[in-house]
Design a protein around this ligand. Structure first.
Ligand code: NMX
Ligand code: MLT
Length: 435
């Protein structure tokens, strides 16, 4: 058969063999060392994780299984009536390292649509959340509740062989991805609209269904935007908070549902995924304050006030990147094509001209250039998805693809429970003095 699971069954023994050989030849090689500053400094740059789906280069940005974003846009199958890659195709690539055929991609669309049914109690759980509970908290709550039907947890309880971990993890991951769509739709429709969620259409792709549950599928440009959005935000190597958290929690053999819920809780922080919400608030406040005067002086004045008040410019800076995020560039190109005259796009473009010089002069941030979150909000605004508190949920629906693909490999490769060594400051002082 040609299913993703069949292909994985072929690839897994090959990869296991490859890694076994690699480790037997190089297991003792030193790949880095650790300084005290790195320990106190958020583990920045410490080489300590294996992540198969993507690798981040500080200047060039992300490559998914070796392919840059423009290469993915060119090579990955798109919808017959669109040109952005289908996120299904990106998932196939993340999992297998191979560019899928359109029919393989369509089989994933059909499978995700077919798996999208939510347990009644999960729907009720979402419905009972007060609209004042942040959408990300509702999202993670609902994903946690999917644990109820975890194939992995059930099989484990009945005694599961290590060799079969990945198969049940795979099943849970496919259910997880499928169910993010109606969950996100329900949260959105409950908080901001009439509470009525369009049913999943079994013959449509993931992004169409996502646009549809939100209530925007009548606009084909928005559906294309979702295809781009869900592809771009999926994976950013293993060390970012959401990816690392999913991987860490999964290493305890918590199911993909519990792992992804934890991942989402990390994504919901303002220095991580919540920055896309923060950017919108920042843009709106700035517009209120400076009005139509988009001169360098006026914008700079506003930025300096913000920096002097001890706050960050959201959407700028990055822990690894040292150049403009190619995910920003891909969204900018989308805007140039579909909404070149939009005033909010023009504001974002103006900031791109001014912020890097201000942050450079400020002299703190190691990267004065924009990241992915700096651009996404204004695209959504343009199409009428104006409720910025919801934006990180879109990020989470996408990030599920990256976290899930690695969880499958984590279990296929038999990765152990993660447990780095920590020290107290007192113990570190002894360690350093003993040298
Ligand atoms: N505005 C103002 N100051 C900044 C910014 C910024 N955009 N970025 C970094 N700095 C400061 C940072 O707070 C730190 O200050 P201090 O020494 O007082 O602690 C200093 O510059 C050095 O930080 P870096 O080493 O450049 O950045 P780090 O790796 O620690 O953090 C971010 C990376 C992304 C958390 C940081 O750049 C930031 O807070 N950016 C704004 C929030 C944001 O856009 N986050 C989204 C990232 C992408 N995502 O989706 O996750
Ligand atoms: C991400 O996509 O996870 C963010 O850019 C943060 C990161 O990579 O550190």
């Amino acid at each position: 058969g040609g299913s993703l699971k069949d292909r994985l069954s072929e690839l897994i023994p090959q990869k296991q063999e490859e890694i076994k050989k690699f480790r037997s030849e190089h297991g003792g090689d030193v790949v880095g060392n650790v300084t005290l500053d790195q320990m106190y400094g958020g583990a920045r740059g410490i080489r300590s994780l294996v992540w198969e789906g993507s690798v981040l280069d500080p200047s060039e940005g992300i490559r998914f299984r070796g392919y840059s974003i423009p290469e993915c846009q060119k090579l990955l199958p798109s919808s017959p009536n669109g040109k952005q890659p289908l996120p299904e195709s990106l998932f196939w690539l993340l999992v297998t390292g191979e560019i899928p055929t359109l029919s393989q991609v369509q089989s994933l669309s059909a499978e995700w649509a077919a798996r999208s049914q939510l347990p009644k109690f999960v729907e009720e759980l979402i419905d009972r959340c007060p609209p004042s509970l942040h959408p990300m908290a509702q999202f993670s709550l609902a994903i946690t509740a999917l644990e109820h039907d975890s194939a992995f947890a059930k099989a484990y309880e009945h005694g599961l062989s290590k060799h079969d971990y990945w198969k049940y993890t795979y099943e849970d991951c496919m259910d997880l991805i499928a169910k993010t769509v109606p969950i996100a739709g329900r949260i959105y429709r409950n908080i901001y609209r009439d509470g009525i969620v369009a049913p999943i259409q079994l013959d449509k792709d993931h992004s169409y269904n996502f646009a549809n549950v939100l209530g925007f599928a009548n606009n084909s440009e928005f559906v294309e935007l979702m295809r781009l959005y869900l592809s771009l935000h999926s994976d950013h190597e293993g060390g970012n908070v959401s990816a690392h958290t999913g991987h860490l929690v999964g290493s305890a053999l918590s199911s993909p549902f519990l792992s992804m819920a934890a991942s989402l809780n990390g994504l919901a922080g303002p220095l991580h995924g919540l920055a896309n919400q923060e950017v919108l608030s920042f843009l709106n406040t700035m517009k209120e304050e400076i009005g139509d005067d988009l001169s360098d002086e006026r914008i700079k004045g506003y930025l300096w006030d913000l920096l002097k008040s001890g706050r960050v410019v959201p959407g700028y800076g990055h822990a690894v990147l040292r150049k403009t995020d190619p995910r920003y560039t891909a969204q900018r190109e989308f805007a140039q094509e579909y909404l070149p005259k939009d005033p909010m796009f023009q504001l974002v473009s103006r900031l791109y001209e001014v912020v890097p010089s201000v942050l450079t002069e400020h002299g703190k941030t190691k990267n004065p250039f924009p990241n992915v979150d700096s651009h996404s909000g204004i695209l959504l605004q343009y199409y009428g998805l104006k409720e910025q508190n919801f934006y990180t949920v879109l990020f989470g629906v996408s990030r599920t693809l990256g976290v899930a693909s690695q969880l499958i490999w984590d279990r296929a490769l038999g990765f152990p429970i993660e447990r780095p060594k920590s020290f107290s400051t007192e113990a570190l002082k002894k360690l350093v003095n003993a040298k």
